[in-house]
Design a protein around this ligand. Structure first.
Ligand code: PAF
Length: 312
């Protein structure tokens, strides 16, 4: 049994927590969403539609100083919460410990490295998905894969994840994978959130399908200009394939908008716009998606400081 800290109490944190607890690891979730943390402490983590077990044991805390120092941590908060989470981790992560970020978007590893030091920060990309049903309750998406960059000190965490049934591969070209996922995210997430549709419905008409391919092409051009080697040949067909494969999914950004939480638009389209500028490329479609989602967030009067909200 290994102690594992999961930072987050949203859908992905619950998914990883339940599976690690199922293989007898001692799981603690550190989150800001009080209702979610309370539900975990009262009833453990619950998986919607799981007929095998009522719940998976886990401890929830909102104050990092309530738990002893940790050696292994998984970071599964939204990208706009990375800095706050890294500062919390700085208080409790063992000098020889490590945190693996499996978050969406660009820039998370850089923030972790700055606050915790590169030796204690690692990044991966995952295609596992999950939907938050309510406090402490999650509905897993289909099976996926976790890709991590080889990192000294990551082995114990990789072993725990493998024991818990996660598929993991080590990849040399992590920035290629991060960008490959980023392109999928900028093409699918804002459009599903703005149009209030499931991923697959973007393929149903030529207008949303066209916008999706314009966003993907722009981001693909930026990646190419930066010399990033993507995991696929053609961004447009890759995005269409993911939209078809995840047709019934409510994207993470639409889930955020529906529950009135801030989105990860800045680490997605915002990051593409900034990276484009760095290589003198305009990215008008990504810029408009960025502004539209920011306007939507503003209309909903979302405050990034309202840490007690259900926003992980
Ligand atoms: O963010 C998401 O929802 C997912 O990364 C993806 C691939 C768009 C599927 O829903």
């Amino acid at each position: 049994m290994t102690d594992i800290l999961i930072v987050g109490s949203g859908a992905m944190a619950l998914l990883f927590g339940a599976r690690l607890a199922a293989s007898d690891h001692k799981v603690t979730l550190l989150g800001t969403w009080r209702e979610g943390i309370q539900a975990i402490n009262q009833s453990g983590i619950r998986i919607a539609g799981d007929l095998k077990r009522d719940s998976y044991p886990a401890q929830g805390v909102t104050d990092p100083l309530k738990i002893p120092p940790v050696k292994l941590a998984l970071l599964l908060v939204k990208s706009w919460q990375t800095e706050r989470a890294a500062k919390q981790l700085a208080q409790i992560l063992d000098p020889e410990g490590i945190v693996l970020s499996l978050q969406n978007g660009l820039g998370n590893l850089e923030i972790l490295g700055e606050i915790l030091g590169d030796r204690r920060a690692a990044q991966g990309v995952t295609t596992y998905g999950a939907t938050l049903i309510g406090p402490g309750v999650v509905c897993p998406g289909g099976e996926g894969i976790i890709s991590v960059q080889p990192h000294p000190g990551l082995d114990p965490l990789i072993q725990c994840l493998k024991q818990s049934g996660f598929s993991i591969q080590e990849v040399k070209n992590l920035s290629g994978l991060v960008w490959s996922k980023l392109i999928i995210n900028v093409a699918i997430n804002p459009l599903t959130a703005l149009l209030n549709v499931k991923n697959g419905q973007l393929l149903d008409n030529k207008y949303s399908k066209g916008l999706m391919s314009l966003a993907a092409c722009e981001a693909g051009n930026v990646a190419q200009a930066l010399g990033i080697e993507l995991g696929y040949e053609d961004p447009v067909s890759a995005v269409e394939a993911v939209a078809a494969a995840t047709a019934e999914n409510i994207s993470s950004m639409l889930q955020d908008i529906r529950r009135g939480a801030p989105t990860e638009i800045d680490a997605m389209c915002g990051a593409v716009v900034r990276a484009g500028r760095s290589v003198n490329l305009n990215t008008p479609v990504n810029e408009i998606m960025l502004l539209l989602i920011q306007a939507r967030e503003n209309i909903m009067r979302i405050s990034e400081n309202e840490n007690n909200d259900n926003n992980e």
